[in-house]
Design a protein around this ligand. Sequence first.
Ligand code: COA
Length: 428
Amino acid sequence: MKSSVGLEALSVYVPRHFLELKTLAQANGVDPAKYLFGLGGRRIAIPTPAEDAVSMAVEAAARLIENYDVQKSNISLVIVGTESGVDAAKPIAAYVHGHLGLSNHCRAFDTTHACYGGTAALRMALAWATANPRLDQKALVICTDIARYDMLSPGEPTQGAGAVAMLIGHEPELFTLDPYPESVYTREVMDFWRPQYRQSALVHGHLSIDCYLSALESTYRAHLAQSGLRWEDFDYLLFHVPFPKMAYKGFCKLYEIEQSQRSPARALPPLESEFQKRTQPALVVHAEVGNSYTGSLYLSLASLMESGDSDVAGLRLGLFSYGSGSCAEYFSGQIGADAAAWRGKIGISRALSERVEIDHPTYRDLRRASEVALRGAPEDVAEHRSTHNLKHIAFYGIRDDQRVYGPVSEAARLTSGERTNEKTSGRA
Ligand code: COA
């Protein structure tokens, strides 16, 4: 058995519906080139009311447990990194723990710092596993979020949603973080926020880009200084991806830092070829899904591993995690040596191939229905409940100030006209 800790399993959930950015641009009266080339997106995932941060987290985790044949009794820590909290007191991790049917001998809580929340969860889980003498115990880390901005706002074309589940333990066949001193960064800024009374985020977009790049420069320089690694040591450079062009801007920043330190004889190959080689392969999924906030960086990792398969086995990655507000970290790690450990189990290609396009009026309807789900009784949103790719639980709505979740089959039954309340389950 290996002595290090790291990722033993990785699975994702992506909503079933997508909106073409071309369609959004036409509806908003914007030149489509701005969304497609200016921001680098193509499509954005649009969740139904049934797909909230809880049901997406449960789905990603349930798929992980099934696909990797994980023994539930070994999971003794659940941390959910999210900025889509559904309650000021009860964490999403508690719902996930209950719906997965995990052991009571388990700790469960959420971590929040905008898009950095997932990395905070991962770091805590790794530290916990390292300190835990019980080598059979595992931690489940889940990143789950819905990126929602006001309609017609600059952030609207960068929306998205999704969840990524990771299992942390002592047999890290998928990915291990390098054991260098941590390169972290915190600076209080007002670049992006979501007051508790709002469903959609507010953002000083251009400020957030500047904050992201400053944090990137600071943490990258610190990571190189502390690790002794060099540009050539990173086979791929992954970034937090609020929109694909942001990762390009981040890549340009690192390239500029590198070039400025080199003599002409050691100059890097041209920027575009380096970007295509080291970062672009991990961005394809983001152009399809949009921003998944805490899951974004780990969606890059999942996508790279799934699409590269055995070609990426054993490679070293540099990873940049940024959360507005702000907190950031640069770290590096190595993909496992044997692609058979994750082949066919991550689930991105399958999720993308099962999606369906919606038109702009349907997008508007789904937004409205999601708002109704947060105010109305479960019966009020029944008609939207079966149009998703959830298999385990669906969000039904609110009753008696409690969120109500239930089996997907029951949601479908309600949709077909049988509007009864009896079998819906509300877990308080
Ligand atoms: N054709 C091609 N490109 C176009 C274009 C057109 N017709 N019109 C604009 N563009 C380009 C701009 O030149 C710009 O590219 P650049 O950044 O490389 O210069 C890009 O499209 C965006 O245009 P801009 O005018 O800056 O857009 P905006 O003011 O509407 O807002 C964001 C852009 C990113 C700030 C906005 O989408 C946002 O607030 N997003 C959410 C916050 C976020 O994701 N922050 C990132 C850090 S976490």
